[in-house]
Design a protein around this ligand. Structure first.
Ligand SMILES: NC(=O)C1=CN([C@@H]2O[C@H](COP(=O)(O)OP(=O)(O)OC[C@H]3O[C@@H](n4cnc5c(N)ncnc54)[C@H](OP(=O)(O)O)[C@@H]3O)[C@@H](O)[C@H]2O)C=CC1
Ligand SMILES: O=C/C=C/c1ccc(O)c(O)c1
Length: 261
C-alpha cells in the first residue's frame, strides 16, 4: 500500500491495511484523485510512512514479490500465533502466496504440510483424497488458505485441531459456501473453534509488519521463486499466467527493458 489516513484506530494499531482510506500500490485511487500504477509508473513519490528499507541481502527480483505475497502470509502467521516452533501448519494452494508461506513456516521452525516436497515441507497431502484427509484429521494448529478458486472448506476444516484456525487469504471471485448444518452436527464439528476459524480472513499487512517481514526474510534468506522477464514479454506472460504456467511469479525487469536492445 502507499497510503492510509494514519489517524483511525486501525492505523494507530499498525493495521494500515484495514484503514477505510487505504490506498493500494496499484489500481487504486490516490488522495489527489489520480490512479496508482505501482511498478508500471514512470516515477513514484511516496510518503515516508509507506517506504520500507529493503535488506541488502535480498536480491531485488526474488525479493520484490515478498512485498505482496510475503506480507500477506507473514502477517496472519504472526497475528494468529502460527509462527511458533513445533506447531503444525497446513498451506493450501501452492502458488505465489503459498510457496512463500511454506518458506516462512520452515524458518519459524514449524512442521509444514503442503503439496510440494521440493519446497522443504514435512508432508504432502492431496486435499481431494478423502483417505488422506481422514488420516490427517485434527492434526493441524493452523491452515493458511491461498486458493484462488471456489473450493470446499469442510475437508480443510476437519484437519484442524480444536481451536485451530484457518486463515483465508485467497480471494476466489465466487462466494465460498459454508455447510452450516455439518458444522453444527457431529462431535468434532460442533466446536466453535471451527466456526471461529472460518471467520478469520486477512488482507496484506501493516507497514511495521512489512518491514519486520523483509528483515526476517533477509536474515533467513527467504525469497520467492521467480522468472524474470522483459516488458516486451508481458503479453506472453499474461497468456502463461492464464494457463497457470509460472513457478511462481513473473518479475518484470523494468531497468533492463529500458536499456536499448
Ligand atoms: N488477502 C490478500 O491481501 C491477498 C490475496 N491474494 C489472493 O490470494 C490468492 C492466491 O494468489 P496467488 O498465490 O498469487 O495465486 P496463484 O495463482 O499463484 O496460486 C493460486 C493457488 O490456488 C490453487 N488453486 C486454484 N484453484 C484451485 C482449486 N479449485 N482447488 C484447489 N486449489 C486451487 C492453485 O493450484 P494449482 O497451482 O495446482 O493450480 C495455486 O496453487 C488469489 O485469490 C489472490 O487474489 C493475493 C494477494 C494479497
Ligand atoms: O486489501 C488489500 C488487498 C490486496 C490484494 C488482494 C488480492 C490480490 O490478488 C492482490 O494482488 C492484492
Amino acid at each position: 500500500m502507499v497510503g492510509s489516513c494514519r489517524s483511525c484506530g486501525s492505523c494507530k494499531q499498525g493495521f494500515e491495511n484495514y484503514c477505510p482510506q487505504m490506498v493500494l500500490t496499484y489500481n487504486s485511487v490516490d488522495g489527489d484523485g489520480t490512479m496508482t500504477y505501482g511498478g508500471y509508473s514512470d516515477a513514484v513519490v511516496v510518503n515516508q510512512d509507506f517506504a520500507v528499507h529493503f535488506p541488502e541481502s535480498l536480491p531485488l527480483d526474488k525479493g520484490a514479490p515478498l512485498l505482496c505475497a510475503g506480507i500477506t502470509v507473514y502477517s496472519p502467521m504472526k497475528h494468529f500465533g502460527l509462527n511458533e516452533p513445533g506447531k503444525h501448519l497446513g498451506v493450501v494452494g501452492l502458488g505465489g502466496l503459498g510457496h512463500v508461506a511454506v518458506k516462512f513456516a520452515k524458518a519459524f521452525g514449524m512442521k509444514v504440510t503442503e503439496a510440494m516436497e521440493r519446497l522443504g515441507a514435512d508432508a504432502f497431502l492431496v486435499s481431494s483424497s478423502m483417505d488422506q484427509i481422514l488420516a490427517a484429521t485434527g492434526t493441524m494448529d493452523g491452515i493458511i488458505n491461498t486458493v484462488s478458486a471456489t473450493h470446499p472448506l469442510m475437508p480443510l476444516l476437519i484437519l484442524l485441531k480444536t481451536h485451530g484456525k484457518m486463515i483465508m487469504v485467497g480471494a476466489p471471485e465466487k462466494p465460498l459456501e459454508v455447510p452450516a448444518f455439518s458444522l453444527i452436527l457431529g462431535a468434532r464439528l460442533q466446536r466453535s473453534s471451527y466456526l471461529h476459524s472460518i471467520c478469520e480472513n486477512h488482507a496484506i499487512g501493516g507497514m511495521e509488519d512489512t518491514q519486520e517481514m523483509l528483515d526476517f526474510a533477509g536474515k533467513h534468506g527467504i525469497t520467492a521463486d521467480v522468472e524474470v522477464i522483459r516488458m516486451d514479454y508481458v503479453n506472453t506472460a499474461m497468456e502463461r499466467l492464464a494457463r497457470n504456467d509460472v513457478r511462481y511469479r513473473f518479475v518484470i525487469d523494468v531497468a533492463n527493458t529500458l536499456t536499448p536492445l
